[in-house]
Write a new protein. Sequence first.
Length: 154
Amino acid sequence: MQTVAGQESGQPAEARAREDRGELFVAVGAYVLLLVLGILEGLIGTFQYSRALGSVPVGAVAFAMLIGVTCVLGAWGMHRPLGGLLPGVGWLLTSLLLARGTAGGSVLITNTAAGQWFLFGGTACTAAGVITGFVRWSPRRQGAPSGNPGKSDR
């Protein structure tokens, strides 16, 4: 039975390669789901941002904060900044695409306080969440090797 050097489980190299492919498949699937989550948050938020309590656009503020939290939690869950970037990209592309007017003049996100809070607040929260992910969970910060064996990353 052939084993990979440094592996204590004693699995054959072929079984370990299959397991690695399975882990890669799960990781790629998780990243795709994070992108879809961002798209869905942008889609739902586009139609629900105008919810208000009195004159306070709580729907817009809540959706803006939600995408920021999603970006931070995505990066935390994947332990990589890409986990926070993908929901932000999905939200931003969806929101900006749906904010465009049609040839007939219809718009989904109006130029109101709620619309501005949704677009600008959501973009700011997305940027904050993505930056937090990059600062907190980048591979270099976690002590990944830099490629130069003689130098320390810290």
